[in-house]
Design a protein around this ligand. Structure first.
Ligand SMILES: C[S@@+](CC[C@H](N)C(=O)[O-])C[C@H]1O[C@@H](n2cnc3c(N)ncnc32)[C@H](O)[C@@H]1O
Length: 178
């Protein structure tokens, strides 16, 4: 077997491992990113974290100075972190970060369950419902009072949403304020 197969197998293994660990890669639609932006209402200097950030599209849309609309540029000093377990998606996010020169963002190759959320002001999650159940104790232990969290499609079990954003033909978004 050629040595070329080794990196390919590593990439495929990490893709499968991430899918089994939290959710397979399914990107958030552009129109839903706008809804997330409105719900989280990020302010200059705040820290935004996305657990399971895929190719980084949400992190960058919410924080990249280059991708902000003119009206939002004043709020582009957000510190944004995407955490991703799959190497393929993480590389895609790093490439997007470089192309968009988004130096206020960071993409961490690692497990969402291991990332410390204590200094996060806002969090976005698009994982599977069973993963929301598994990650709930961590969220409860680490999120500071006033931190906002948006979950895509499914609610966080046993939490009361501050707002449920509904749109015909689109998935529900749940906003929580701790
Ligand atoms: C449903 S996709 C959402 C992607 C991205 N958040 C978006 O909205 O476009 C879930 C992502 O979480 C990643 N993932 C799954 N389990 C994870 C874990 N334990 N830690 C970090 N990332 C994880 C997957 O590799 C995948 O890219």
């Amino acid at each position: 077997m050629s040595l070329l197969w080794i990196p390919i197998l590593i990439l495929l293994f990490s893709l499968a491992y991430a899918s089994a660990s939290g959710a397979p890669w399914v990107p958030t639609f552009k129109r839903d990113i706008e809804r997330i932006r409105r719900l989280l209402d990020l302010k200059d200097g705040e820290k935004f974290v996305e657990l399971g950030c895929g190719d980084g599209r949400v992190v960058l849309a919410l924080s990249s100075p280059l991708l902000q609309k003119e009206r939002d540029r004043v709020r582009s000093k957000i510190i944004a972190v995407g955490v991703e377990l799959s190497i393929i998606q993480w590389i895609a996010a790093q490439i997007r970060r470089i192309i968009t020169r988004s130096w206020n963002t960071r993409f961490v190759l690692g497990n969402a369950f291991a990332y410390d959320l204590r200094d996060a002001d806002a969090v976005y999650l698009f994982l599977l419902p069973e993963t929301y159940e598994k990650i709930r104790p961590k969220l409860e232990a680490e999120l500071k009072p006033g931190a906002r969290l948006v979950s895509f499609v499914w609610p966080i079990p046993d939490w009361n949403p501050t707002k449920v954003d509904e749109m015909p033909g689109a998935a529900k978004l749940y906003l929580y304020v701790r």
